[in-house]
Design a protein around this ligand. Structure first.
Ligand code: URA
Length: 307
């Protein structure tokens, strides 16, 4: 999109409908599941639900909802207090997530954590194949599919997220769920589509229950990502969220400190400009922060418009 056509005052679409639709289907994790609806007042349940949403609960962990009656006090309170689009929503109060018997995360084998092992992958297909044979991380055992990448391998812009979620795990492609839809809208707002982007995640298999990847898991995947970046050779990298930003920049600083400025990523044979921005899943939970993401998108737009 030529610069003249980009109205810098527009916000990228807020996706309010999708956000509500997603919340409509959401179930929430309760730290203290009540024995019955009567154990808590509607206000207390509403407050717990709000807290859980803020903590990022977004997935059913049990087959049966703990509380599912749309006529329950909590559901009505949510509907009354926020938006009656939620009035039919079954809201489940579930037990805290636990790792299943087969979900123990194995530490990466120390000999896998070297850049050297991946340098032999001469092209993307070789890297993909080597990754699918990679047994240095237990996440592979609990995931359905490896999620390697999507988009155009010849793109100048490489986006790097954290780890696949449930939809990505099912489809074997990064950013295909609700946060992926928001990502697509964000990129579209500066004239970019998956045909001029290349997208991957620092972690190639879904962590159980969408938990944050551990430091050991990220350490196991970082050399793979370095090789991935060398093979794609993008002109600019955009990290989405704290995990990929911290991993690639080797920093402990949080995403709110790192975002909104240009960094350099050193991939061993040179450096590539890196812009850190907020993760779309975070923006769905915290829509008030979308203005910050828009600032970052404008920085990206101005950087890439002359490529
Ligand atoms: N979140 C990510 O970080 N990556 C995905 O692919 C999906 C959600």
């Amino acid at each position: 999109m030529p610069a003249s056509e980009l109205d810098e005052t527009i916000q990228f679409p807020i996706l309010k409908d999708e956000y509500l639709k997603n919340r409509h289907n959401k179930t929430f994790i309760s730290m203290m599941p009540p024995q019955s609806d009567e154990d808590y007042s509607p206000q207390e349940m509403l407050s717990m639900l709000r807290q859980q949403v803020e903590m990022g609960a977004d997935e059913a962990l049990l087959d049966e909802p703990f509380v599912s009656s749309p006529s329950s006090g909590a559901v009505n309170a949510v509907a009354d207090g926020q938006n009656n689009q939620l009035s039919e929503a079954p809201i489940a109060i579930l037990a805290p997530p636990t790792l299943g018997q087969n979900e123990t995360v194995l530490s990466p084998a120390p000999d896998m954590i070297t850049d050297q092992n991946w340098a032999g992958c001469q092209d993307l297909e070789a890297l993909r194949q080597a990754c699918s044979n990679f047994d240095g991380c237990g996440l592979k055992k609990t995931a359905s599919n490896m999620v390697f990448s999507d988009g155009n391998p010849d793109a100048d812009i490489m986006l790097i997220g954290e780890a696949p979620g449930a939809d990505e795990d099912r489809q074997g492609k990064p950013f295909v769920g609700v946060s992926g839809q928001l990502l697509d809208r964000m990129m579209a707002s500066i004239g970019l589509t998956r045909s001029n982007l290349y997208i991957s995640n620092i972690i190639l298999w879904r962590p159980p229950g969408n938990r944050t990847p551990t430091t050991e898991e990220i350490a196991a995947f970082l050399p793979i990502m370095k090789r991935h970046i060398q093979l794609i050779a993008p002109k600019v990298i955009v990290t989405l969220g704290g995990s990929s930003t911290k991993a690639l920049l080797g920093t402990q600083d949080g995403i709110l400190k790192c975002r909104g400025k240009w960094h350099e990523f050193d991939h061993g044979n040179g450096t590539i400009p890196l812009l850190a921005t907020l993760h779309p899943a975070y923006l769905l939970r915290t829509p008030g922060q979308k203005a910050l993401a828009w600032q970052d998108l404008r920085m990206l737009y101005h950087h890439v418009k002359n490529f």
